[in-house]
Design a protein around this ligand. Structure first.
Ligand code: MRU
Length: 348
């Protein structure tokens, strides 16, 4: 069913959070009511909320949730405990830098507060601002991304860097939303994205919902599709970009980048500035999450793998910057000397 109805993946409701359960999609559109910071940690860890910007937003609201429940009248105690809660949320997932960026912002927002009331207000306000800004950022990424495409183009994307992974519009999927608004026709290939299936469960669902002609393929079909179909560009999201432009994104992204170079297809990374981490010099310094072997051995609770074997389940890989044609940010598209351009765009 084609609809322009916008589904917000994370919503702040004064003393609780309403969260779209992304693990239930596409069969069920269920919303969870979160009332504790522990449930926010769990929902990030278990991928009920996922995608770098949405993780950051959920964590920021997690701190807001804790702040609204804080009992006590010492602002110093509030700040000390806010740091502890921030450190706790930081253990939920390691790769997406937006998590650390968002909770740092929230902590800093309360730093100069003189009363508990003022600190609490600052925390909630900052969390809401992070979400609002992300919506504007994603829209701008969509506009810049679309400027690289023309009517009738087909874009291949991996994982889900869509509206539900952000405040709205997404990053890699934002050009599709803007194209729809402008009456421009784009179509998509979505890779299934084993083992958690963000491509088949989320991207295909999200694009179909807004009326984009989307074709689902399994991950191992990508080389064949890139060689034989007319793919205008690959656009993916990212969880962290190092200072030299090396980019961590969902496992499988590196393979697509290598294929893109082989078949001379432009390979773009759509990234908010908040996902650029100048503190890590290269991709080798980005922590890569390893998740439960069950994600590989089981499908819908059913074991699909042989018994008594070893499993390796890295959730992300790093694409060296040499493979990236351009990085689409809210301030423009950068290419060439990424080290220099990233430094410039982050500090201007
Ligand atoms: O493990 P996930 O589903 O959180 O991984 C998500 C991705 O890799 C996305 O591409 C990235 O976070 C960007 S979302 C705008």
């Amino acid at each position: 069913m084609i609809t322009t109805d916008f589904i917000q993946s994370v919503r702040w409701e004064k003393d609780h959070i309403i969260l779209l359960d992304q693990q239930k999609l596409p069969h069920q559109t269920d919303f969870l009511k979160l009332t504790t910071i522990e449930s926010v940690w769990e929902s990030i860890h278990s991928l009920q909320v996922r995608g770098a910007p949405a993780i950051g937003i959920a964590a920021a609201f997690g701190l807001a949730l804790w702040a609204t429940k804080f009992q006590g009248d010492s602002v110093e105690d509030f700040k000390k405990e806010l740091k502890n809660q921030k450190d706790y949320l930081a253990t939920s997932r390691p790769t997406a830098v937006n998590l650390f960026w968002a909770i740092e912002r929230v902590e800093n927002a309360a730093a100069s507060a003189q009363t508990v009331e003022a600190a609490r207000d600052a925390v909630v306000k900052e969390a809401l601002l992070i979400q609002k800004e992300d919506e504007e950022v994603c829209r701008s990424i969509g506009e810049y991304g679309l400027s690289l495409l023309k009517d009738g183009d087909t874009v291949l994307t991996h994982c889900n860097a869509g509206g539900i992974a952000t405040a709205r519009y997404g990053t890699a999927l934002a050009p599709f939303y803007i194209a729809k608004e402008k009456g421009m026709s784009l179509s998509a290939f979505a890779t299934e994205t084993r083992p958690v299936l963000q491509g088949s469960r989320l991207t295909a669902w999200e694009l179909e919902r807004i009326g984009i002609d989307v074709t689902l393929i399994t991950d191992n079909m990508a080389a064949h599709v890139l060689k034989n179909k007319k793919i205008s560009a690959i656009i993916v999201g990212t969880d962290r970009i190092a200072a030299n432009g090396d980019t961590a994104n969902k496992i499988g992204t590196l393979g697509l980048a290598v294929l893109a170079k082989t078949f001379d297809i432009p390979f773009y990374v759509a990234s908010p500035l908040s996902t650029i981490d100048l503190a890590v010099p290269t991709g080798d310094d980005i922590p890569i999450e390893e998740r439960s072997p069950d994600e590989v051995t089981h499908l819908n609770g059913q074991r699909i793998a042989a018994e008594n074997i070893s499993i390796y389940n890295p959730a992300f890989d790093v694409t060296p910057h040499e493979y990236i044609t351009g990085i689409i940010t809210e301030k423009g598209i950068i290419s060439g000397n990424f080290a220099e351009e990233l430094q410039k765009i982050k500090t201007n």
